[in-house]
Every structure is written in C-alpha cells, then in structure tokens.
Design a protein around this ligand. Structure first.
Ligand SMILES: Cc1cc2nc3c(=O)[nH]c(=O)nc-3n(C[C@H](O)[C@H](O)[C@H](O)COP(=O)(O)OP(=O)(O)OC[C@H]3O[C@@H](n4cnc5c(N)ncnc54)[C@H](O)[C@@H]3O)c2cc1C
Length: 483
C-alpha cells in the first residue's frame, strides 16, 4: 500500500457544519488546517439534509432557553455545556451571515406560545436545505487556505504520551494511506444512526468519531440516548401495549445520537489534543434534544472546538510521527486487501439488524443482553472480511467501527434500567431519579475491555429537578424514516 505523509497544526475530521465551522475558526486563529472527510462536497451528510431549522435566542432569553434545553434532556445535560450552548448561539447563529449563509427568522416560531426559541430557516432545494450552511462555510474555509481532503477516510487516531498526534487516513480516490501529523485533532464526524437497520441519515453516518476517540482512550457519555422518531402519542401507545412492538419496529427509525465524546467547555475530550464538535460530541442535550438545536450546536461547538484546538496547537510540541502505529495500520489495511474472505456488507447488515431489533425503540434487559452477546460473537467475523477496492476497504473498516459503537450503546442501554428521554426500557417504563439522575461514562481500558462509570449529574445552575419524562417534544413530525 502506498503511503504519504502530511503535517498540519489542526486536523479536522468531517465536513459537516461542525467540522467546517471548526476549520474556519482554527484557520482564523492563524493555524494550518487540514479538513478530511470520507465524502466529497457533492454527497450529502446530515448537515446537508436538515429539515431547515436552526435554533437561537436573543441574549435576554438565554436563561429561559438554557432551562428548556435542560428540561428537555430530563436533567442529564452537562449544565455548563448547555448554558454555553444557549448563550453562544445568540451570537454565533446570526454571525453565520458573515460567511455568506443565507437565512431568515421564521416568524411563526416567534408567535408560538410557551417558547422563547427562535428558529432560523435555511432556504434551499428540497432535501438539501443544509447546503445553505455547508457551501458558504466550505468557501470560507477554502478562502482561509484550509486544505480540504475529500474522500479521505480517517481510520485511526495516532497517540503519543502527549496525547493525540494525528491520524491515518485512506485515500478513497487514488488509494493508499495518508499519515497526518497534527498538533491537535477535532473529531466532527456526526452521529451513529447509520448503525441501525432503520434510520434517516445519509450513508456513512456510522459513528466513526465515537470509535476513533474510544480507541484512543477518550471517554464517551450518554451513548444510550438515540432518537427514534416516534411522537409522544405513539410512544405512549407502545408503552401501553396499544401499538405492538412489531409495528414500532417496522414503522420508525433512528435519527440523532444525543450522546458522544465527553468534552469540556473548550470542547476538549479526556484525551490530550483531541477535541470534538457537533453530533460527535455529547453532554449538552442529556437524554433528548429540542428541535433545531442540533444546527445551533454544530455552529456553537464548531466555533469553540476550532478556537480551543487552535490555542492548544499553538502551545503543542512537534507531534510524534507515531511510525509504529502507522505501520501497524498499514499492515492491517493491506491484509484486508490481500486475504480471501467475506464481504463486509453481510456483517454490517447483521450489526444493523441486531441494533434495530434489540437496541432500538424496543429495549428490555433480555434484548439488550442478547444484543451484547451477538455483537461480541460477530467480532470473529470481522477478521474474515476482505476487500478488493478502496470502497470495499472503507466498508470493512466501517464494519469494525459499527461493532465497537454498537457494543458501547448496547452496554450503556443495558446498564440504565429506567426509561428517560430517548431511552425506552419496556421492562423499566418509568424515569427513576433516585437512581438515575446520573450520566454513564464509557471508556476503553488498556486491555481492550469496556468500563462504565456512573457519574452523578452536577446541577451547577438549575438545582431544582422537575418532572422527568419519556420521549421528547420533537422526536416525530418533521422527518420521515428511510430504511
Ligand atoms: C433528515 C434530517 C433532518 C434534520 N433536520 C434538522 C433540523 O431541521 N434542525 C436541526 O437542528 N437538526 C436537524 N437534523 C440533525 C442535524 O442535521 C445533525 O445533527 C447535524 O447536521 C450534524 O452535523 P455534524 O457536522 O455534526 O455532522 P455531519 O453533518 O453528519 O457531518 C459529519 C461528516 O463527517 C464525515 N465523516 C464521518 N466519519 C468519518 C471518517 N472516519 N473520516 C472522515 N470523515 C468522516 C462524514 O462524511 C460527514 O461529512 C436533521 C438530521 C437529519 C438526518
């Protein structure tokens, strides 16, 4: 396998709204920035396909908006991140115009009783409204000399004693491996809804950033909270038995990952030099999020991660080239290309099926425990996967990513024996604040095993915990599932 080396100050992985905003910000701080993404500008990611709304409030309503975010998340939000999101959105959303993003305030949302939220509408062609964000930000990144590497699939983060030192990536066009040395890395790879058999995200939304960060030793938080696009009424019907489990499994689909890489207010992960933004990061929304807030979040967290990574890169030493890890990755990928084996598609179909049927909208102790066992068994099959082209090699690498992420989600969902927000346990149908006003933090141990830490939520700003509920105000209604 051919190999080339490049180096940079900041590597951003993912060209959705979060990655683009982060790249622009890091470049504005004077950094050399590489933006690598496994899809090109011509193909949709979640940012491109938004239904069209992005939330924001004026500065005098930040407190109300913060409260709404925390209540919607059923008090599992990191309250400092939620506050920062509400406060920063007031500046960062209107600021998008500076980069040429066309947007207008949707007047109907201003009049909606009981909401302080304002929604920006991004006009554009049906199904691609988010290009109104993506294209101007991409042009701004190019203007600031960000090196944009499309069709570049990041397969592994490189780590030294000082923390993350870059990444390896597959050139999906020309083939070959790229070793990227970087002083700081921002993971902005979107969510993991694509690991479920039914979902509405664009192809490739396979939770790569979660696996990359997890394997590099970073902590993940709230991974059990996925959104399954069921309205409150439908969810009530499921819990009361009016809607059968089979109907639920054949009608809805995964949509948004609430959890993700655990970050602080600078969007730093628990691994040095590693930052996360957008749907790849977790903590802000707790167990469920308000509609329109994902767009607000990609812009706010992209800005913060770009700034944080740029500041860190300015102080970081020359990154270790991590030659051993690069060689290791090269050998691993070469062996997938050279061996006889099975296609990745069969394995990924099995993972998706397990995730949907046993870890999807219908969860119980037995289904989750079986899912964990079945996913563990599939690990053997990963070693049998072979590939004959860069595209098949990408599918092979994605299969292992999906397996790791699926196991994290299933294990966390098994641990949380209550229902809350977007986590629905039919065997524990009520929220249990006594036991579960807590986050689950997952980490990979040095021996490869998974550890879970149960962490009490710090009620730093909103100490009074009101009623918690199952479902979320916006889980249904604005998007149709696509299998
Ligand atoms: C149909 C639909 C409608 C929605 N509507 C709305 C809405 O109206 N309002 C709202 O607030 N939210 C909405 N959302 C949610 C919102 O779109 C997403 O949460 C948000 O766009 C995620 O942005 P992101 O930048 O984090 O990731 P993405 O936009 O998903 O971008 C991630 C990028 O990372 C790249 N990538 C992934 N793995 C790798 C890897 N290993 N190497 C290199 N690159 C990689 C991908 O190719 C992709 O380009 C909607 C989602 C969907 C699916």
């Amino acid at each position: 396998m051919e190999r080339r080396h490049v180096d940079t100050d900041v590597l951003v992985v993912g060209n959705g709204g979060a990655g683009l905003r982060a790249a622009v910000e890091a470049a504005e701080h004077g950094c050399r920035v590489i933006l690598a993404s496994k899809i090109g500008a011509d193909r949709p990611n979640s940012t491109a396909v938004i239904a069209g709304w992005g939330a924001h409030v004026p500065t005098d309503q930040v407190e109300d908006y913060f409260r709404m975010v925390v209540e919607e998340g059923n008090y599992l939000s990191d309250q400092e991140l939620a506050w920062q999101y509400a406060a920063e959105a007031a500046d960062r959303m209107p600021e998008l115009r500076r980069y040429g993003v066309e947007m207008r305030l949707d007047a109907s949302t201003l009049e909606r009783p009981g909401t302080t939220r304002q929604l920006w509408f991004f006009p554009g062609p049906r199904g691609r409204l988010g290009d109104a964000i993506r294209e101007p930000l991409r042009a701004a990144a190019a203007d600031k000399e960000v090196v944009i590497l499309d069709n570049t699939f990041v397969t592994r983060l490189l780590t030294s004693d000082a923390g993350v030192a870059g990444a390896t990536a597959l050139d999906l066009g020309a083939g070959g491996l790229i070793a990227i040395s970087a002083r700081a890395v921002i993971v902005a790879t979107g969510g993991a809804s694509g690991i479920y058999a039914r979902q509405n995200n664009p192809a490739g939304t396979t939770g790569d950033g979660y696996a990359l960060a997890y394997r590099a030793g970073a902590e993940l938080i709230d991974m059990e909270f996925d959104t399954f696009m069921m309205s409150q009424e439908e969810l009530n019907s499921l819990f009361s038995g009016v809607l059968s489990e089979d109907e639920a499994l054949s009608t809805y689909g995964a949509h948004y990952s609430c959890g993700g890489i655990k970050v602080d207010e600078r969007r730093r992960s628990s691994t040095g030099g590693l930052y996360a933004a957008g749907e790849a990061a977790g903590g802000t929304f707790g167990s469920a999020r308000l509609g329109g807030s994902a767009v607000g979040d990609i812009i706010v967290s992209g800005f913060l991660a770009g700034r944080g990574a740029a500041e860190a890169a300015a102080k970081a030493p020359e990154p270790d080239p991590c030659e051993d890890q690069v060689v290791d990755e090269e050998e691993k990928l070469s062996s997938i290309l050279s061996r006889e084996g099975v296609a990745a598609k069969g394995v990924t179909a099995q993972i998706r099926d397990i995730m949907w049927r046993k870890v999807g909208p219908v969860r119980r102790r037995e289904t989750l425990a079986t899912a964990v066992a079945e996913l563990e068994r599939l690990r053997g099959k990963i070693a049998d996967i072979s590939a004959g082209s860069p595209r098949e090699l990408r599918e092979a690498v994605e299969a292992e990513i999906m397996l790791d992420v699926g196991l994290v989600i299933a294990t966390a969902a098994l641990e949380r024996d209550e229902s809350r927000g977007n986590h629905w346990r039919l065997d524990h149908p009520e929220p249990d604040n006594e036991k579960w006003l807590r986050n689950l933090v997952v980490k990979r141990q040095s021996d490869g095993s998974l550890s879970i830490r149960v962490e009490k939520v710090a009620l730093t700003r909103l100490a009074d915990v009101g009623p918690c509920r199952i479902g979320s105000a916006w889980t249904g209604g604005y998007v149709e599932p696509r299998s």
